[in-house]
Design a protein around this ligand. Structure first.
Ligand SMILES: [Zn+2]
Length: 105
């Protein structure tokens, strides 16, 4: 965040920006180190809503299909709201032995 304005907590502490988990979604939030009170700035709330939408669209079991001599997987059409289009460049990278990520460029 560009501005470092401090947000005070009722307990007298100051909120710190931290990564937290809401419904298995990791997101940035303001957390009070004193009493663990959590709140979201407007920007963090907007990011959380977007991230939640993306989870709803992409989190699913899919099947690998055959495309010519290659393997492929289909992506839901709603991903276009997130700038995913046919022809768009993506970057793939291995994470663990059985997972990899797909990153939009
Ligand atoms: Zn507090």
């Amino acid at each position: 965040m560009a501005n470092n304005r401090k947000i005070g907590c009722d307990c007298g502490g100051y909120m710190e920006s931290k990564t937290v988990r809401f419904d298995s979604i990791k997101t940035e939030a303001m957390v009070c180190p004193g009493c663990n009170f959590i709140t979201l700035t407007k920007e963090q709330a907007q990011n959380y809503v977007k991230l939640k939408q993306l989870h709803q669209i992409i989190d699913a079991e899919r099947k690998i299909i055959k495309i010519g001599n290659s393997m492929g997987l289909t992506l839901p059409d709603q991903l276009q709201e997130f700038g995913v289009k046919v022809g768009k460049k993506i970057k793939t990278e291995a994470l663990t032995q059985n997972s990899f990520k797909v990153e939009l460029e």
